[in-house]
Design a protein around this ligand. Structure first.
Ligand code: AMP
Ligand code: MG
Length: 419
């Protein structure tokens, strides 16, 4: 849990977290999204709209009652109690135009939530404020004109854009598409994201690890993050720490829309990724950021003619891989998906316990947000550093520590990043 101060000479050339994030966002803004395809509505869920969803009619298509009660003329119930005669009932699905119901002075009509307000009426009195005896309705509370009614077209006028292209299709967008009668929508194809784990110590999850071997968890955590971000993960075989093998697999990975490499980007003798990538003559945008975990993160692109293939070299420590994916790779994946840029999900919470940390880096410390709605409280989870994947399994957020802060006290408000 102890973190040493980082010597300035090493880190000062590296961009800060905010600078590195801006580099990624700026780059993402220049990318073209994957081509659109017409998909059935539920197949488009999780992908990004390649077209605007427009209102095919007014929403609501008729003045809609928001309450169960009685449709009235507001002027009739100006002074209460008022006695009205109920002339009928508005059933869901009955056209108001066609129905014989016309509310005249001294009259009302029974109506249900969501029902079309009949001609003549201009307000709805909630059933709770009425008493009924046969056709005679006593109204105990006045209503203003328009009360408990959503006017025709108030949510969207016919032809208006209800959801803009570039929006990821979630359940609410599915609801809008269904409401405007779109059984099929145009969505951008899921970007293909190649995932390449590197390291002689790694074995795949279906093989028994030797005494000094580690199971390859990063390819799978990354694949899950890619999937959750609307990408199609393609897990490549693990690359040994051997330049020729690495070069072959890097070339394979660069066939996808985005390449994520994990491991081999630190300063160790067998950290070969940058060296082998150099043979592809990449543009390198950064080779690290003043963050922890994830300091050695690499971001660049390789050009094949017109095609630009972005790649990230994510540090191999499991927590570093997860954090740097979220901070840096995700915006690139979003842009390739056709999505409008999204801010990171930062929030504020009250810190539960004191802690001390080093300065010089923006830190993302695994933590759990708990507590009631009125007072969210965040507590760091126990962790042994960037290799401790259990810590993130216990966490639901990170406490974000700015580079100039060292001491934190219980009760103070801190920034968190939701996972
Ligand atoms: P590296 O970035 O290659 O120096 O690796 C840093 C640490 O992360 C080492 O302890 C590796 O064993 C571990 N590591 C690297 N790649 C993976 C992986 N794919 N899955 C799990 N642990 C990994
Ligand atoms: Mg390694």
């Amino acid at each position: 849990m102890m973190s040493l101060p980082v010597p300035n000479s090493i880190t000062s050339r590296l961009p800060s977290f905010a600078e590195a994030r801006r580099v990624v966002e700026g780059y993402a803004a220049t990318l073209s999204p994957t081509p659109p395809e017409l998909l059935s509505l539920l197949d488009a869920a999780g992908l990004v709209l390649a077209e605007d969803l427009r209102a095919d009619r007014d929403f609501p298509p008729f003045p809609r009652s928001t309450r169960d009660g009685f449709a009235v003329r507001a002027a009739d119930v100006f002074s209460v109690p008022a006695r009205l005669r109920c002339i009928g009932e508005i059933k869901a699905g009955v056209s108001v135009e066609d129905s014989a119901i016309l509310v005249a002075a001294g009259e009302c009509a029974e109506i249900m939530t969501g029902g079309p307000v009949p001609r003549g009426a201009d307000a709805v009195v909630m059933v709770e404020y009425t008493e009924r005896s046969g056709d005679a309705i006593a109204v105990r509370r006045a209503v203003a004109a328009g009360e408990n009614i959503v006017a025709q077209g108030a949510e969207a006028q016919r032809g208006a854009t209800m959801v803009a292209r570039g929006t990821r299709v979630n359940h609410a967008i599915v609801a809008v598409a269904a409401a405007v009668g779109r059984a099929e929508v145009a969505a951008h194809q899921a970007p293909r994201v190649a995932i390449l784990a590197t390291g002689d110590e790694l074995v795949d999850i279906n093989l028994p690890p030797g005494p000094s071997e580690i199971r390859n968890s990063n390819s799978y955590s990354l694949a899950a993050q890619v999937q959750a971000s609307g990408g199609e993960p393609i897990i490549l075989p693990v690359a040994r720490d051997q330049p020729d093998e690495l070069a072959v697999l890097l070339r394979k990975g660069l066939e996808s829309d985005l390449l994520l490499i994990t491991g081999g980007v630190s300063m160790g003798k067998y950290d070969l990724v940058e060296q082998v990538l150099a043979s592809f003559e990449p543009n390198i945008f950064f080779t690290g950021a003043r963050i922890q975990p994830g300091k050695p993160v690499v971001f660049g692109e390789v050009k094949f003619g017109e095609a630009r293939k972005p790649f990230f070299g994510l540090p191999g420590n499991p927590v570093s891989t997860m954090v740097t994916f979220q901070l840096f790779a995700r915006p690139v994946l979003e842009a390739l998906s056709g999505a409008q840029p999204l801010p990171l999900p930062f929030a504020q919470a009250t810190l539960k316990s004191d802690f001390v940390t080093g300065t010089g880096l923006t830190r993302f410390l695994p933590a759990r947000l708990e507590g009631a709605q009125e007072q969210p409280v965040v507590e760091r989870v126990r962790w042994q550093g960037s290799g401790d994947l259990m810590a993130v399994a216990r966490a639901n957020c990170y406490v974000v520590v700015p580079p100039d802060r060292e001491r934190f006290s219980a009760g103070e408000t801190v920034t968190i990043l939701m996972i």
